[in-house]
Write a protein that binds this ligand. Structure first.
Ligand code: C2O
Ligand code: CU
Ligand code: CU
Length: 419
């Protein structure tokens, strides 16, 4: 190992996890029985990763949010690792600090593999973000929260096929970092939470007890330009948010609860802490938006249908077909439309591999204040058109799709070649 090379091994494996009292649940994970330890990738280092598959079926290792060359390093459906096989990838990251994640992506069994536990957080770190006065002591005042939901059947087992729903599998039990009813011992006045919607289809409408305000500092793939204070936050599938909660005035013994709708999902137990009244920086990140040549047409993407009828641009995914091409370095507007107003209308979270985009507008109106940084996933509401500014920096083939995972597996996905 040299100063510029770092090495990791990621093993997809089966195991058993004590999630509920009684029988252990059979689960899958990365170097762990379920989910996995947070991976940290510093930008600028040459990163070497060994991918091992110890599962009884093929899987892929997709780096959701990392800007790496597709489709093999990126780990979508084009990059199977067969049972017992080992592969090596390497890349150097040139992107802002962010909370990203690793998940399985074999088409069409992404949803089932993620349901069994193949998802874990990946933090990209850089000098700019480390220099800011933000909480960044991992496990102390900077903690990951992977938000998922599951149904447990007889003997506490998962049964994906029994629960199958083409519009996305859900369960009644919130499972946070692979546990139920978790609590965290708070020993600092300020706490940074890195939230990931790792659910197959569920949206999380989050708030704290007593409507305690909190401040969002980062979205999917960068810090926000300025912090945004709020009391409620909604995440759609695969979206991330980093928030800072200030427990000023709370006493040892107090409890603060994080809720999803009206269900308590995490309890924060307050202990003694040193007062910390430093204000959060007013400026966090400079977004440099690339310029779009006004002569270029706006690209249109249509997400339509429900259940087995879901399609992207009127088609189902075909790995042999390139659906679009875009030159490397050329910024373009993409208009993403969700035509689904009927049948109660689902939000489709639109995700792109291989790049980060900016949200320009929603039905012609300004985007939400907490989506002003770089993102890779955006919730598109029924009847809405969201305009994105998209530029690719690397040549390759990249998928884009709805991140309700059963919609993706059901073919609501396409691929672009950049050149
Ligand atoms: Cu997180 Cu193509 O996915
Ligand atoms: Cu992805
Ligand atoms: Cu969808």
């Amino acid at each position: 190992e040299t100063a510029t090379d770092v090495y990791y091994t990621v093993t997809a494996q089966a195991g058993e996890t004590q999630i509920l009292p009684g029988a252990k649940t059979k689960t899958w994970g990365y170097n762990a029985s379920v989910l996995g330890q947070t991976i940290v990738f510093p930008v600028g280092k040459h990163i070497h990763v060994t991918l091992q598959n110890h599962l009884p079926e093929l899987t892929t290792f997709h780096w959701h949010g990392l800007i790496v060359s597709g489709p093999y390093v990126d780990g979508g459906c084009h990059a199977p690792v067969y049972p017992g096989e080992e592969k090596h990838i390497d890349f150097t990251l040139d992107q802002p600090a962010a909370t990203t994640w690793l998940h399985a992506h074999p088409c069409p069994s992404t949803a089932e593999q993620v349901w069994h536990g193949l998802a874990t957080m990946v933090l990209v770190t850089d000098a700019h973000s480390a220099s800011l006065p933000l909480p960044h002591e991992y496990g102390v005042d900077d903690i990951p929260l992977v938000l998922q939901d599951r149904r447990f059947h007889e003997d506490n087992q998962l049964d994906y096929h029994a629960d199958y729903d083409p519009d996305g599998v859900q369960g009644p039990t919130a499972v946070i970092n692979g546990t139920v009813n978790p609590y965290f011992d708070v020993t600092t006045q300020k706490l940074r939470l890195r939230l990931l919607d790792g659910a197959n289809r569920r949206e999380w409408r989050l708030h704290f007890s007593d409507d305690l305000p909190f401040t969002q500092i980062a979205g999917d793939t960068s810090l926000l330009p300025t912090p945004v204070t709020m009391t409620k936050l909604m995440l759609t599938c695969a979206e991330r948010a980093e928030i800072v909660v200030d427990f000023k005035g709370r006493q040892p013994g107090d409890k603060v609860t994080l809720f999803a709708d009206d269900v308590p999902i995490v309890e924060f137990r307050i202990h003694a802490f040193q007062p910390d009244n430093t204000a959060l920086p007013e400026h966090l990140f400079t977004v440099s938006a690339p310029t779009v040549d006004p002569a270029l047409p706006v690209r249109k993407v249509v997400m339509s249908g429900m259940d087995e009828q879901v399609m992207l641009d009127g088609k189902k995914f075909n790995m042999q077909r390139i659906d679009a091409k875009q030159p490397v370095g050329q910024a373009e507007y993409w208009d993403i439309t969700n035509t689904n107003e009927m049948h109660g209308g689902m939000v489709h979270p639109f995700h792109m591999h291989g790049t980060s985009f900016l949200v320009i507008s929603r039905n012609g109106h300004a985007p939400y204040p907490n989506e002003t940084g770089f993102k890779d996933t955006v919730g598109v509401n029924p009847g809405e058109t969201v305009r994105l500014l998209v530029k690719f920096d690397l040549p390759g083939v990249y998928m884009y799709h709805c991140h309700i995972i059963e919609h993706e597996d059901g073919g609501m996905m396409a691929q672009i070649q950049t050149y």
